[in-house]
Design a protein around this ligand. Structure first.
Ligand code: ADP
Length: 275
């Protein structure tokens, strides 16, 4: 379980990126973090793993306060936080298997990681995880030979290889097509439930968030302005998060997308009728 209490971040420039942010993420719960650009989503995710130093407040993972952890404590805590990034951050010239095993680098002695020799247990676990994310047949391929969706699956397996207590996921679908995005979001949700893992996903696609997360937290100007179940995210809530103008624009784009999809489907049906 992750508990954030009264978290605030003011950058040296004076920007108040977060203020009075409090919420709890239960084990197995996937939280989608939404909000307009500059709302503080990245700052929040980065405070949780202390890539950004919080100004005040608590970030409790179990009974440890990440916000005030010493350097050595922080190293231990970070091993328990799995990160999944938009850009996948894979090592291109290494194989899929080696990339997954690199999730263990914080644990294995330096000489072993350097010679890329990992304990058999870690290798077995990596194989099982590759099976779970549907990449068993790709274990020996180089990372740079994979598609975007496959790369994100490697990213997920790598984060799980370190036995995390929490997943932080930053824009996991930003470079993926709509169908692959849905597959990746579904996989993340399933895995969190199976492993009872809490997760925070920074996601700009509201529709996708509504389809696949358990709960949505909406940030605006550094404050939580919505916190609830996806099906309670109505027009008023979206206006509170994005403001009238931006939300109207988003709605228009969303309606356009829906219309396009409808048209494509009708076209397919006409073609099928002709055949
Ligand atoms: P989001 O991820 O929702 O787009 P950010 O967390 O990146 O929002 O930014 C929140 C606010 O903090 C913005 O006003 C942004 O300009 C400011 N900010 C972000 N990073 C820094 C930084 N390194 N230094 C100063 N201000 C920053």
């Amino acid at each position: 379980m992750l508990r954030i209490e009264n978290l605030a971040k003011q950058y040296r420039t004076g920007d108040r990126a977060l203020q009075g942010v409090s919420f709890t993420v239960e084990a197995g719960q996937v939280v989608g973090l939404i909000g307009p650009s500059g709302a503080g989503k990245s700052t929040l995710i980065r405070c949780v793993n202390r890539l950004v130093e919080p100004t005040s407040g608590k970030i409790l993972l179990g009974d440890r306060d990440i916000a005030t952890a010493s350097r050595s404590e922080l190293r231990r805590i970070r091993r328990r936080i799995g990160m999944i990034f938009q850009e996948y951050a894979l090592v291109e010239r290494l194989t899929v298997m080696e990339n997954v095993l690199s999730g263990r680098l914080g644990y294995v002695p330096f000489w072993r990681s350097f010679s890329r020799r990992f304990p058999q247990d870690d290798v077995d676990k990596a194989f099982a995880l590759l099976g779970r994310v549907g990449l068993t047949d790709h274990a020996d391929k180089r990372a740079d030979a994979l598609s975007g969706g496959q790369r994100q699956r490697v990213g997920i397996a790598r984060a799980l290889e370190q036995d995390p207590e929490l997943l932080l996921i930053d824009e996991p679908t930003a470079s993926l097509d709509p169908k692959t995005s849905r597959q990746i979001m579904r996989l993340i949700g399933e895995i969190c439930r199976e492993r009872n893992l809490p997760a925070i996903i920074n996601i700009h696609d509201v529709v996708l968030a509504q389809m696949f997360v358990d709960r949505i937290i909406g940030l605006r100007a550094g404050e939580v302005v919505f916190d609830g179940a996806p099906d309670t995210l109505d027009n008023d809530a979206l206006t509170a998060i994005y403001g009238e103008e931006d939300w109207t624009q988003m709605r228009r784009e969303r309606d356009d997308d829906a219309e396009e999809e409808e048209e494509a489907r009708a076209q397919e049906e006409r073609m099928a009728g002709l055949a």
